[in-house]
Design a protein around this ligand. Structure first.
Ligand code: AMP
Length: 528
């Protein structure tokens, strides 16, 4: 079913506030806000931001757990051309300070209930920024009840006289290619970069997704942290683009998401693979009524067979895809009737509305079966990386291709198989090793749930792999057996020199495994 194709984020809010005004836009606990109420609240807040001196292109930071107020602030920013940036309580003061010195926000909104420890963090952040003189005075507004000292309450903030004409003029000046948010890429490899998410391309990406996966009025969840693409974009805009209902879950737990799914009768559930894996392992899984669920979609990391079995037993259609912040979501999708084999081994095929190909070092398309880099040229591309001086690097080559640095090959059936990261290939004894290829072999062992391979210096081979492996629950996996299994399937230089069996792995707040932490651990081991 077609979703409207509109140029700006605010146009979707206006559209659904007209055509389905009483549909719930966002629900958190007992509080539900309809599209009509949402538009009113967004306009009130947007007008207050202008009254407090906000100008087109200014940044607005929001600190907190996933929260309906974070969504409303994001929409208010979008309404008047300001740029949202999220800060998550799990981030440390250093990380928050890095983001603020890059983004230079004029306002800081604090959403949800805040505990003393967080207040200290916000205060430490404020004094750090003042001391370093990186940004001017930042007005702090608390959206929940009982604003702490030094913060305005939302009511006080909105009490400033507002001017409807000023709001109308600011809203009219917003363009489809204006940035709506700045997110700092997840940092599973390399230093975080400030990626600009853009109105039109973002909503374009999500309308393609909506048409492929769920059509109109999906009911789903927003549970990803607010500091990356996850919450405002992947969770909220994917549902809003189709007039859907967003159920906010402040603190993700496997049980919490399953309870909400059942109570609110989700029709669509998109989540990071690693979070889905934890949910399938929860004792609550077997007691959950999945009757309302039409589709489960996952991405960000590969699935394993036992997890796929649990997902299939819900009766929902299963889908996955491949994408990234820089293209506002997916560029490949599995077929809607994809067999388990394709869900397990591939990330589907390029969506027919996008140009996506696999190329060699010279930029020439690779034949099927040959590994190369995935490049994409789509009208869903982000606005580039922004540096502190405000300069923007579009991150594309002269022909407009965005180079993903992900390596893959195309199968004869057109599906793409991810191999690894171009910059995450290491040479062992002169041979190229792609960690993902090794992980895939380890994960094909029936007792293995997740495998992560990192590389460390070696006096003989230059670099060698170390593997961190999480066994399937209640399985008696011996490292020697797994080593033998790998030796039977991989060239000797690819076989990890050490296998660490772990009950769990360190995670990034984006829901992905923190492979850099494992890398550091392994390096410390070989150095020690
Ligand atoms: P992010 O921008 O944080 O969403 O990360 C994007 C990266 O996640 C991509 O460049 C891939 O390396 C990885 N990725 C995305 N989709 C998948 C998938 N379905 N399976 C495995 N890795 C994926």
């Amino acid at each position: 079913m077609e979703t409207p194709r509109l140029p700006r984020i605010g146009d979707y809010l206006d559209h659904f506030a007209e055509v389905q005004s009483d549909t719930v836009l966002v629900k958190q606990g007992p509080t539900a806000v309809t599209y009509r109420e949402g538009r009113e609240r967004v306009d009130r807040l947007a007008a207050a931001l202008l009254a407090h001196g906000l100008r087109h292109g200014d940044r607005v930071a929001v600190y907190g757990h996933p929260d309906s107020d974070a969504l409303l602030v994001f929409l208010a920013c979008a309404r008047v051309g300001a740029i949202f940036t999220g800060l998550a309580p799990k981030q440390q003061v250093d990380e928050l300070a890095y983001i603020c010195t890059q983004a230079e926000p004029r306002f800081l909104f604090v959403v949800g209930a805040i505990v003393a420890e967080q207040l200290e963090k916000i205060a430490a952040l404020g004094s750090r920024l003042d001391r370093e003189g990186k940004i001017g005075t930042v007005e702090t507004i608390h959206c929940g009840a009982d604003a702490p000292p030094g913060c305005l309450s939302l009511e006080q903030f909105e009490a400033e006289a507002t001017d409807p004409e000023q709001l109308a003029a600011a809203a009219a000046a917003v363009e489809a290619l204006d940035p709506a948010a700045v997110v700092f890429t997840s940092g599973s490899s390399g230093a975080p970069k400030a990626a600009l998410l853009v109105h039109g391309p973002m909503m374009r990406s999500y309308s393609v997704q909506a048409e492929h996966w769920y059509g109109r009025r999906p009911v789903g969840v927003a549970d990803l942290p607010i500091n990356h693409l996850g919450f405002v974009a992947d969770n909220c805009m994917t549902l809003m683009v189709a007039g859907g209902t967003i159920n906010v879950l402040e603190r993700w737990t496997p049980e919490g998401v399953l309870e909400l799914l059942e109570a609110e009768r989700f029709t669509f559930w998109w989540t990071q693979t690693t979070m889905l894996l934890l949910a399938t392992r929860s004792p609550r899984w077997a007691r959950t009524d999945f009757g309302s669920l039409e589709r489960i979609a996952f991405g960000g990391a590969p699935v394993n067979p036992s997890m796929l079995e649990a997902l299939a037993a819900t009766g929902a259609s299963l889908s996955s895809g491949y994408g990234m912040t820089e293209v506002h979501g997916n560029i490949t999708y599995t077929d809607n009737d994809a067999p388990a084999e394709a869900l397990l081994h591939t990330v589907g095929r390029p969506h027919h509305e996008f140009e996506v190909r696999i190329v060699d070092e010279e930029g020439e398309p690779c034949p099927a079966g040959t590994v190369g880099e995935i490049v994409a040229r789509t009208d869903t591309l982000f606005g580039g990386y922004r540096d502190r001086a405000g300069a923007v690097d579009p991150g594309r080559d002269e022909e407009g291709w965005y180079h993903t640095k992900d390596t893959a090959f195309e199968r004869e059936d057109g599906n793409f198989v991810l191999v690894g990261r171009k910059d995450h290939m290491f040479k062992s004894g002169g041979f190229n090793v792609y960690p993902r290829e090794v992980e895939r072999v380890l994960e094909s062992h029936p007792d293995v749930s997740i495998a992560v391979v990192v590389d460390v210096p070696d006096p003989t081979w230059a670099r060698v792999g170390h593997a961190y492996v999480v066994p399937e629950p209640d399985r008696d996996l011996a490292a020697e057996d797994l080593d033998q299994f790998a030796r039977e399937r991989l060239a000797n230089y690819k076989v990890p020199k050490r296998l660490h069996l772990r009950e769990e792995l360190p995670m990034l707040i984006s829901g992905k495994v923190d492979s850099r932490a494992l890398q550091r651990e392994s390096e410390a081991l070989v150095e020690g």
